[in-house]
Write a protein that binds this ligand. Structure first.
Ligand SMILES: Cc1ncc(COP(=O)(O)O)c(C=O)c1O
Length: 304
């Protein structure tokens, strides 16, 4: 489900969707030198609310910093641009994409003193995985996750996502819904656009930062919600074979939200059905994003 929004925020101005264009020689299109965020807004009883907006804006600026880019705006300006974009498009539930990129059309890899453009798009968006509510099937990729010595996994840089594209297309071609990437050291890292969790004897286990993952904001939310529910959460290195013997598994991400994984490499996880802890966390996460849990209400920014 993807309809277009009417307006895109483009360098400080709203332009109609069809006019938000760049030249084919744009540096970021040629070399993947953009940086971006993925954020969701949800329809709550008090109108549209953006989930963990300041944390996403913060990561947007961190990604830019890691790539040596000055976005040319303050965090407050980008925060306001995002809220304004959702409001201007009269959207309640949407996926928001702030994106920064070198707009130069000069060919050559090194963008010395090149100008940056920033856009914010907000697009109506449903489930990322069609099978979300039944659970999905995954395959370990033959491609490994980018290592911190090669490209920064903690930054949402456009070029990083070629690693995700090659792995997810391979998984689809092999009949799976999604890939799971191992780190260069062979530990479980993450999905192409999702973090991963396992349930083992009632505890949540998820790959630690040294497994070359993006430090997901949903991952952080789930760890905090789980702890509030009295669950133990462990961040550590995870061996491939541990995935197969876990009781439950799920992906987390802004787009994926909590998506149960029922099979990995043709092996059923648990009994091959959505497990009770995954189900409980899916319900708890929905309550949080929909503003029905007071304890986490400061994660919502109301559009008004
Ligand atoms: C590679 C990767 N890992 C994990 C995630 C999940 O991060 P978040 O929960 O902040 O959306 C994403 C999505 O942004 C991603 O692209």
């Amino acid at each position: 489900m993807q309809a277009n929004a009417e307006y895109i925020w483009f360098d400080g101005k709203f332009v109609p969707f069809s006019d938000a264009k760049v030249h084919v020689l744009t540096h970021s299109l040629q070399y993947g030198s953009g940086f971006f965020e993925g954020i969701r807004a949800y329809k709550t009883d008090k109108g549209a609310a953006i989930f963990r907006l300041d944390d996403h804006v913060d990561r947007f600026f961190k990604s830019a910093k890691i790539y040596g880019i000055n976005p040319g705006y303050t965090q407050k300006q980008i925060h306001d641009a995002i809220v304004d974009t959702v409001r201007k498009n009269k959207l309640q539930e949407c996926y928001i994409r702030p994106f920064g990129f070198y707009r130069t059309t000069k060919l050559g890899v090194t963008p010395v003193d090149a100008a940056i453009s920033i856009i914010v798009a907000a697009i109506p968006f449903g489930n990322y995985f069609a099978n979300k509510n039944n659970g999905i099937k995954c395959r370990v990729s033959s491609w490994q996750r980018i290592h911190t010595t090669i490209l920064p996994p903690e930054a949402k840089g456009s070029g990083n996502y070629l690693n995700s594209v090659i792995a997810s297309l391979e998984a689809k071609k092999e009949g799976a819904d999604e890939a799971i990437l191992l780190s260069i050291n062979g530990d479980v890292a993450e999905g192409p656009g999702e973090n991963i969790f396992f349930v083992q004897k009632g505890r949540l286990v998820t790959p630690s930062k040294d497994s070359d993952i993006l430090l997901g904001i949903t991952r952080d939310s789930i760890m905090k919600i789980a702890e509030a529910k009295g669950l133990e959460v462990e961040e550590r290195k995870i061996h491939r074979e541990e995935m197969y013997t876990s009781d439950e598994a799920f992906f987390s991400g802004t787009a994926a939200e909590i998506t149960p994984i029922i099979e990995i490499d043709s092996k059923k996880i648990g009994d091959g059905k959505i497990g009770p802890i995954t189900k409980m966390l899916m319900e708890a996460y929905d309550e949080v994003v929909l503003g029905k849990n007071e304890e986490f209400s400061d994660w919502l920014t109301f559009v008004g």
